[in-house]
Write a protein that binds this ligand. Structure first.
Ligand code: BJW
Length: 251
């Protein structure tokens, strides 16, 4: 199966790598929905990842995202992130076609592994903005949080209008960033192959993009240790972790 999937990748000219939280799991960044270790097993999405939650208790939400940002800063890209970056660079250098990385992740591990322009569908932990005027915000100068600390923390205020700075991520009920959505729609609307890594494929509208690509004739290869909503769509289901399967598949 790995050999066949590898052959399909080598033959494809326009490839989209579509990643989710499982991509960063082996870097120590928790997923959302894994039964024991996922964030939603320990924390309430309604209390932390909605605009209503931020309006109700900004310090609770800001503190939680600062805790997560500290964890990501302490993490390193894994062999899977590095394999994707090396594969894309190799393809570009050899004029072997284009590879676009589209991620639902709010970490910066693709970039730190050498992927220069990953498309972030759900925003970034590193791009806070004003909740009133949308101007980019800055983090407070305070000492970094301890990785296990999820304490309340007052968010900083906007230098332009005094509004409350919010995390630059996409919460439930919010639209996706327009530029990222346009770039991802274009790449997935015109690809031969989509390589889906570490996503449960349950969150929309992101999950609709690979579905649409398959309907338009693209072949889907999936890397995931568990079952997902994409299983039936995939030509190849490679059951394993990102950091073990991707180097074997791409390098
Ligand atoms: C490994 C591994 C290893 C483990 N290697 N793999 C249609 C139907 C039903 C509902 C909806 C719908 N359309 C919209 C909705 C509502 C909602 C939604 O989708 N809900 C569903 C959950 C039911 N969607 C929204 O609200 C979206 N907005 C919207 O629709 O707005 C409408 C609107 C339009 C215009 C104007 C205004 C409004 C927004 C969704 C935003 C999602 N946000 C989050 C949080 C981001 C911020 C943060 O980080 O806190 O995004 S939720 C969370 O889920 C996060 C993720 O990006 C996203 C996807 O999760 P992902 O990446 O798939 O992770 P997991 O944990 O689910 O899966 C991990 C996988 O990895 C598993 O499969 C493991 O097996 C695997 N794995 N270890 C490889 N080592």
């Amino acid at each position: 199966m790995l050999h066949e999937a590898r052959k399909a990748l080598m033959q494809a000219r326009r490839i989209v790598v579509f990643t989710g939280a499982g991509m960063s799991a082996e870097s120590g960044v928790p997923t959302f929905r894994d039964a024991l270790t996922g964030l939603w097993a320990r924390f309430s999405a309604e209390a932390l990842a909605t605009p209503e939650a931020f309006a109700r208790d900004p310090a609770l939400v800001w503190g939680w995202y600062e805790w997560r940002r500290a964890r990501v800063r302490a993490a390193q890209p894994n062999a899977g992130h590095r394999a994707i970056a090396a594969f894309a660079a190799h393809r570009a250098a050899d004029d072997g076609g284009c590879v676009t990385v589209v991620t639902q992740n709010v970490d910066d591990l693709h970039e730190r592994a050498g992927t220069p322009a990953a498309v972030h569908l759900h925003g970034s932990l590193f791009a806070p903005r004003c909740s009133a005027c949308a101007a980019p915000g800055a983090f407070a100068e305070a000492d970094p949080l301890e990785p296990e600390d999820g304490r309340h923390l007052e968010p900083p205020h906007c230098a332009h209008c005094g509004g409350t700075i919010r995390p630059g991520v996409v919460w439930f009920g919010e639209g996706l960033p327009e530029a990222a959505w346009a770039a991802a729609s274009a790449a997935l609307g015109d690809c031969d192959l989509v390589l889906c890594v570490g996503t449960s494929a349950l969150v929309y509208p992101a999950a609709a993009l690979p579905e649409r690509a398959v309907r338009a004739g693209a072949l889907l290869v999936q890397v995931n240790p568990g079952r997902t909503a994409f299983d039936a769509l995939a030509r190849f289901n490679l059951r394993g972790s990102a950091a073990t399967v991707l180097p074997a598949l791409l390098c």
